[in-house]
Design a protein around this ligand. Sequence first.
Ligand code: PEP
Length: 246
Amino acid sequence: MRRKLVVGNWKMHGSRPANAELLAALMAGRPYAADVAVCVPHVFLSETAATLAGTDLRWGAQDVSEHEQGAYTGEVSAAMLAECGCRYAIVGHSERRAYHAESDAVVARKAQAALARGVTPIVCVGETLEQRDAGETEAVVKRQLSAVIHQLTHCASEIVVAYEPVWAIGTGRTATPEQAQAVHAVLRAQLQAATGRGQTMRILYGGSVKADNAATLFAQPDIDGGLIGGASLKAADFIAICRAAA
Ligand code: PEP
């Protein structure tokens, strides 16, 4: 019913030769049963677009400005991403929230800006270890998602949600399939209550997904694929994860 989606988040990694090698391997690994995308640094978008154009692989950005255009030095607008053929823009990644003080409101405006230009936002939500230990996981992710749903005009458009527990990102510590499923079920119920289309919207899991744990995570009923950081930089690992999403 919901086609799985696997998205690589390259973060601030890559170089022209390394990207060419990685994308060539990813193309050679086709076909995949899931939708597959890479979210690359802005400077590599045009080259990625040129490489992947005409294939069923998708690409996107790791952030987008909340502003249409103007005097915002260093920012990249949703219109610019659309011009580069971006299908997706990650918004609200925990690294943006932590290092760039992005609030729920800013994340919500970024999601709206992306949608306004036909770019699907991948909205990241997730609790810190302190919040989990304090029993606040559900309240935190619901608050983060609610800000975005509230901002979207009639919430008529498609969004992708990524549940990424902060304590699992880049730490090698993965949420158990049961822990992840429990939060995904909460998020889906919230999407369903707010939009009536929760059953059709994709919710990805992110946080130290590797080739050897992807299949069990993706087998959970409300996990529709993954947002993959470190393992998306190694072709063999990323391809194995894409193949685990059937
Ligand atoms: C991420 O950055 O979104 C992520 C999930 O990273 P990692 O897979 O390295 O934990």
